[in-house]
Design a protein around this ligand. Structure first.
Ligand code: AMP
Ligand code: MG
Length: 348
């Protein structure tokens, strides 16, 4: 009898412990998915019982945003706005109006370094196409005149927008992935997710901590090494970590690198001395607009802009291979450069 009881007890313990292992595994194992959307690879890693549903809903939401915001989708908001340039105002969805209004705010804040009416120049350079080219100077001078965010009129009450000059093109490539990141986090939260990571081609947003309760560790890409080789790690909880870099999209001609972030003042790829700008803040849309802004502004002006904003931190990399971090991020940033080519400038 005693032996049988001990045996039953042992089995019970075994079942209980395997149950708890089972649920632990379930909780610790993320639902992972990869999509090609918004012109980039998007990775989601979501923990919790609703993880699969949340990730799928997030993917559907990103697809919808892409339809609305891409230059190329006929019938999408941005496409309709561009088609009506110089002609009439168009009615847009509240989210597009909100995104455009935010884009205009950052245009003002950055003194025009960030400008979503950069479209004609982006098209002329064709960095994203199979036939990129260096446009003739006359063409650049002509198209530069179309890049003017002050000629993008927004009526937030009637939900309309208008491009004043014929030929103007809005390109929200510098802010839309950031916006999508915020929308993904909203979906996760709605479905009770407490821990998740989404990476929209260099725009990372994390919800909560990792499943083990520790902060997420996000690698800062070495701009001159292959993908996945880092210059350091930032440890963050509930944050967006967004990078703009000259290594993300570029072509080379006669030994010169022509990348995808253009300086509206020159019409050429930005040559501010920065080769990468990472912004760490709460809202991913802000981080995205700021990463592009700071990249174009350069080290001094970029740092001044970041330091004027509350709750915004930055890690900037110069072409001289120096790495700068704002005071507020230093304790969460570990510099570790395997290549030994970069120098961490602890003081500025
Ligand atoms: P990001 O990678 O966020 O810095 O955004 C770069 C993308 O934004 C480019 O691929 C263009 O579509 C667009 N873009 C390029 N230059 C600018 C600029 N100066 N201001 C706003 N958007 C830009
Ligand atoms: Mg950006």
């Amino acid at each position: 009898m005693k032996i049988r009881l001990t045996f039953t007890f042992a089995i019970l313990i075994f079942i209980l412990s395997s149950c708890s292992f089972g649920s632990l595994n379930l909780k610790d194992k993320p639902f992972e998915t990869e999509d090609f959307l918004m012109g980039t690879v998007i990775t989601q890693r979501v923990y919790g019982s609703n993880a699969g549903i949340a990730a799928k809903e997030a993917t559907a939401r990103m697809k919808a945003i892409e339809q609305l915001m891409t230059i190329n989708a006929p019938g999408g908001d941005i496409n309709r706005l561009n088609e009506a340039a110089g002609k009439n105002a168009v009615v847009l969805s509240p989210e597009t109006i909100n995104l455009l209004a935010t884009a205009k705010e950052y245009a003002q804040m950055s003194g025009g370094a960030f400008d979503v009416t950069i479209g004609p120049l982006v098209k002329a350079w064709g960095v994203f196409t199979d036939n990129p080219r260096v446009p003739p100077i006359e063409e650049i001078q002509r198209l530069k005149k179309l890049t003017d965010y002050k000629k993008l009129m927004i009526d937030a009450v009637n939900l309309t927008a208008k491009l004043e000059i014929p030929g103007q093109i809005v390109d929200v490539g510098g802010i839309a992935k950031g916006y999508a990141g915020d929308e993904v986090i909203k979906i996760y939260k709605k479905l009770g997710i407490k821990s998740a990571y989404v990476n929209l081609g260099g725009n990372v947003v994390v919800l909560g901590t990792k499943s083990d309760g520790k902060p997420w560790r996000i690698g800062i890409q070495n701009p001159r090494a292959e993908n996945g080789i880092y210059l350091g790690i930032v440890s963050v909880t509930d944050k967006a970590v967004v990078t703009s870099g000259d290594y993300e999209r570029f072509f080379e001609k006669d030994g010169v690198r022509y990348h995808h972030i253009l300086d509206p003042k020159t019409g050429y790829p930005s040559d501010s001395g920065l080769i990468s700008a990472t912004i760490v803040t709460d809202v991913s849309m802000d981080a995205d607009a700021l990463s592009t802004s700071v990249f174009v502004l350069g080290l001094e002006k970029g740092m001044a802009l970041i330091e004027s904003l509350k709750g915004v931190e930055a890690i900037l990399v110069t072409e001289d291979k120096e790495v700068y971090a704002t005071e507020g991020i230093k304790s969460s940033f570990t510099f570790s450069d395997e290549s030994k080519e970069f120098k961490y400038a602890e003081k500025r």
